[in-house]
Write a protein that binds this ligand. Structure first.
Ligand SMILES: [Zn+2]
Length: 320
């Protein structure tokens, strides 16, 4: 009697255990299936399915916002999305401009693409140009994409004495900061054995207009644009620019002189940069001007000098 009871009980026990095991397996299977279904909806899964490696997928997900991930998912796998991130001067908000430029210029290296787009060179000169932010003071950018309006005039202009500048006293002016920095530069250059002279400095909007209009009238718009900045687009209107030569030298002879080599390698210590270098014409949009120096302050000037970039690039990455 007891034996039979026991047998019955153990049978029941086995049934319960087996039932439980089946239930657990079932639940597990359901949970896993749901998990898998959910994972398949994730961007991680979609990126891996598109062909990105796990490592690249992690990078993409950590560096891009949802909107950009959507964009990447809607396109073919392309290493540019990873590689562009490695560019030193990559700017997130310019991503689509980089990609458009890349699409139109197959084979162009990414460093050049970033350089060009950051400095707006993917656009035509004067196209979609913006009024520059004058609150940036010595870091304001004036080029073929950023302009000053007719009324802009620096508030603290200082006259450069004729010891350091051509023309009548008062005809050459720069901002106070620029002048103070220039004096230090001048003294250092003098100690090194050179005699620097300023041949051009602050120019009013009206003056630039006169110069530009004259070229345009006599030689046409294309020529005028090549040779002169349009009114409002000249850096000389900022009061932070100087054209500097060694006494006795001209635009033709200065670039081969020792004084130029000295200036080029020492100007940054006093806050000045060579603004339109020979090997940066494609970025600045200006032909090589060995004599044109721009005051940007010691920090910016030193960075620009040491990293061999232009002010246009510096502005896009650090100032704007
Ligand atoms: Zn100049």
């Amino acid at each position: 009697m007891t034996k039979l009871k026991l047998k019955k009980q153990s049978k029941l026990g086995i049934i319960i255990i087996v039932g439980l095991i089946i239930a657990i397996i079932g639940i597990n299977w359901t949970v896993n299936t749901i998990k898998q279904k959910q994972y398949e909806k994730s961007n991680e899964y979609k990126l891996i399915t598109l062909g990105y490696s796990e490592k690249d997928t992690k990078t993409l997900l950590s560096k891009y916002k949802n909107k950009e991930i959507e964009f990447i998912l809607n396109n073919k796998k392309d290493s540019i999305y990873i590689n562009i991130l490695k560019e030193k001067y990559f700017i997130y908000s310019k991503l689509y401009d980089y990609l458009d430029y890349y699409k139109d210029h197959d084979g162009k290296d990414l460093t050049s693409i970033v350089e060009i787009v950051n400095t707006n060179r993917h656009k035509e000169y004067y196209e979609d140009s913006k009024k520059t932010d004058i609150s940036k003071k010595e870091l304001m950018l004036v080029n073929k994409y950023y302009y000053l309006d007719e009324t802009y005039e620096p508030q603290d202009l200082v006259k450069i004495p004729t010891t350091y500048a051509w023309g009548d006293y008062g005809s050459q002016q720069v901002t106070k900061d620029t002048y103070d920095a220039f004096l230090n530069l001048w003294n250092a250059s003098h100690e090194a054995g050179y005699y620097l002279m300023v041949s051009s400095s602050y120019r009013t909007y009206a003056h630039q207009k006169e110069v530009y209009d004259q070229y345009e009238k006599s030689q046409g718009l294309e020529y005028a644009d090549q040779i002169a900045a349009r009114p409002g687009y000249s850096e000389h209107q900022t009061g932070y620019s100087l054209d500097i030569f060694e006494k006795g030298l001209t635009q033709k002879t200065f670039q081969d002189s020792e004084s130029y080599l000295w200036l080029k390698d020492n100007a940054h210590k006093y806050g000045f940069i060579e603004r339109y270098p020979e090997d940066k014409v494609n970025i600045t949009g200006y032909t090589y001007e060995s004599w044109h120096y721009r005051y940007v302050g010691v920090d910016a000037a030193t960075y620009i000098y040491q990293n061999h970039i232009t002010f246009d690039e510096y502005y896009a990455y650090f100032t704007k």
